[in-house]
Design a protein around this ligand. Structure first.
Ligand SMILES: Nc1nc2c(ncn2[C@@H]2O[C@H](COP(=O)(O)OP(=O)(O)OP(=O)(O)O)[C@@H](O)[C@H]2O)c(=O)[nH]1
Ligand SMILES: [Mg+2]
Ligand SMILES: [Zn+2]
Length: 304
């Protein structure tokens, strides 16, 4: 029995990389299907091998965490890749990605792409947003407006962030996830797609999750998505996914305050005093309402 990590899942095969960097193409044992258990990219696993290329996936080690969109296990770091335009920047979408990571206690990093396409004014507003999110406590990477992209400058920018970690790149289709990975390592030659000019949307070029060795760790390129559901999140737990709201919420009159309609709410006061950005609070409120209006789910969580 050998140990490794699933780096790719495709057409019923699981590709397992060993610590020595050998890759085996494996089929899972029937027992996984019987138990309704699906191996995920990122899983640490045990496998047996028949040849030096093929084998059988025998056992999945316990997971530290599990993201469902993108579908990856044992994630240390989530890069939210947001384009300033094509597709347009949306704080409401950004906040949804952040919540989906915060919910799983995965550290988010915000990376802004396509700054080369901006006017001065658009770049200024991107800088302004970067400042707001930095003040909240997030690491934000905002490239210069007209910089020469090279693997060396990018590697310097990422520094040791990814070293020994499993990171995922997540974001809308067309945001530039695969492009950024190719810029980090031109050997990768990941497929990239045009953004539709008329719709300003990406074309879902990346179709499966794949881990690539980069910057001393592993990074997952993932298919773009913008629909995020929060089926597992209760209204009372949402404020923990907004660090600045969580912090101010400690001073609320009621201990169970969800900062919606309660009197003497320290969060609402902070918004009035502009200590919390109004758009962040608005995004928080829309999510609270979405959760409150969610249809109750019956029965067990559906297996995938
Ligand atoms: N001008 C400019 N174009 C970019 C930049 N990054 C990506 N693009 C373009 O944006 C389009 C989409 O890029 P992709 O890397 O395929 O986007 P993706 O996020 O991987 O998209 P999916 O795989 O569909 O999720 C391509 O035409 C890229 O050339 C950038 O920094 N500047
Ligand atoms: Mg892609
Ligand atoms: Zn409150």
């Amino acid at each position: 029995m050998r140990e490794g990590r699933i780096i790719k899942a495709l057409s019923g095969f699981y590709y397992i990389q060993t610590p020595e960097k050998d890759v085996y193409q494996t089929r899972p044992r029937g027992i996984f299907r019987k138990r309704n258990e699906t191996p995920l990219v990122g899983d640490k696993v045990k496998f047996t091998f028949e040849t030096d290329k093929e084998g059988t996936l025998e056992e999945i080690m316990p997971r530290e965490n599990e993201l469902s969109r993108p579908s990856v296990a044992n994630v240390d770091l989530g890069f939210v890749i947001m384009s300033v335009k094509d597709p347009d920047f949306s704080t409401s979408l950004l906040d949804r990605y952040l919540v989906s990571l915060e919910q799983h206690h995965i550290r988010p990093v915000i990376y802004i792409t396509k700054t080369d396409l901006t006017t001065e004014e658009e770049y200024d507003s991107a800088e302004n947003l970067a400042e707001i999110y930095t003040a909240i406590g997030y690491k934000v990477i905002l490239p210069d407006q007209h910089e020469q992209v090279s693997p060396a400058t990018l590697q310097e920018r990422f520094g040791d962030l990814v070293k020994d970690k499993l990171a995922v790149f997540m974001g809308q289709s067309g945001a530039g996830k695969s492009t950024l990975l190719n810029s980090l390592d031109p050997e990768l030659k990941l497929k990239i797609g045009e953004t539709s000019k008329s719709l300003g949307r990406g074309k879902h070029t990346t179709r499966h999750v794949e881990l690539v060795p980069l910057l001393g760790g592993l990074i997952a390129d993932t298919p773009g998505f913008s629909a995020i559901q929060f089926d597992e999140l209760d209204a009372k737990d949402l404020s923990a996914c907004f660090p600045e709201i969580w912090e101010k919420g400690k001073d609320c009159r009621f201990s169970g305050c969800i900062h919606q309609n309660e009197p003497n709410c320290a969060v609402k006061k902070a918004v009035e005093e502009q200590a919390i950005a109004a758009f962040r609070y608005d995004n928080y409120l829309s999510l609270i309402e979405e959760i409150q209006n969610r249809k109750p789910r019956y029965g067990k969580k559906r297996g995938k």
